[in-house]
Write a protein that binds this ligand. Structure first.
Ligand code: GSH
Length: 236
């Protein structure tokens, strides 16, 4: 079977699906789009703007949750949605529908104050992106992303204030075993811990995560931190 994963670099849901494919032992090729342009390419190929998306031969699947379910149908073990564990489905849905966006809002709010930091997030990209060109275009990219994600300084500050409550929720799921068993990672682990890992690259957020077991779990599940960082102080 010919498997292609469509991504943008450092997208947390894309990292979650890449890790799911690894866990399933499925070899795949990655198609990396330039950020923002991906919305057009994805719409043409898959019908709506977002990554991740997957092609299994001619079959097209878009969106993390649908991809996780399709991978479970294709390769049942290890199960991303284990039978008789509705708590995993609840946590995964929250990770997809609520927590993912927290990272986007915070990244782009903070990047508004440090556009040149975008260069650091291109580490490991498959695209030939000259750092000087990224730096030159960074203010425009950041402004466009802030518009696309409808985020600004006020949203960033609100998201930062809400984060301790969300970290408590995640800690409780680790405590009750819904997530955090890295011998058997499930869809909620992938969904939530990929967001935690990206959040840890934001200087104003990292101290909030330092005391949570979620950060170590995220770094272990995804083989280390994301390449890239934003200085602290932007959201203070
Ligand atoms: N929650 C969905 C959405 C994914 C999503 O929003 N991906 C971002 C990149 S991290 C994107 O492609 N955004 C483009 C847009 O919002 O137009 C999923 O898990 O698949």
């Amino acid at each position: 079977m010919n498997i292609r994963l469509y991504v943008i670099h450092n997208s947390h849901p894309c990292d979650a699906v890449a890790r799911a494919l690894e866990l399933k032992g499925l070899p795949y090729r990655t198609v990396e789009w330039p950020p923002l342009l991906h919305t057009v390419a994805q719409t043409v190929i898959f019908g709506s703007r977002t990554v991740p998306a997957l092609r299994l031969d001619e079959e097209k699947i878009q969106g993390t949750t649908r991809i996780f379910h399709r991978l479970d149908a294709l390769v049942p073990e290890p199960a991303l949605f284990p039978a008789q564990r509705p708590a995993v489905e609840v946590a995964e849905r929250w990770g997809n529908e609520e927590f993912q966006q927290v990272a986007r809002d915070l990244i782009w709010a903070a990047a508004g104050h440090h556009p040149a930091a975008l260069v650091s997030y291109t580490q490991g990209s498959r695209l030939p992106l000259p750092p000087a060109l990224v730096k030159l275009n960074a203010p425009l990219i950041v402004a466009a992303e802030r518009r696309l994600q409808r985020t600004d300084d006020a949203t960033g500050r609100r998201r930062l204030a809400e984060l301790p409550g969300q970290i408590e929720k995640i800690n409780a799921w680790i405590e009750d075993g819904t997530i955090g068993d890295l011998a058997h990672p499930n869809a909620a682990d992938l969904q939530i811990l990929s967001t935690v890992r990206l959040l840890a690259s934001i200087g104003d957020v990292a101290p909030l995560l330092a005391a949570s077991p979620a950060l170590d779990l995220a770094l272990a599940l995804f083989h280390g931190p994301v390449g890239g960082s934003l200085p602290a102080g932007a959201l203070a």
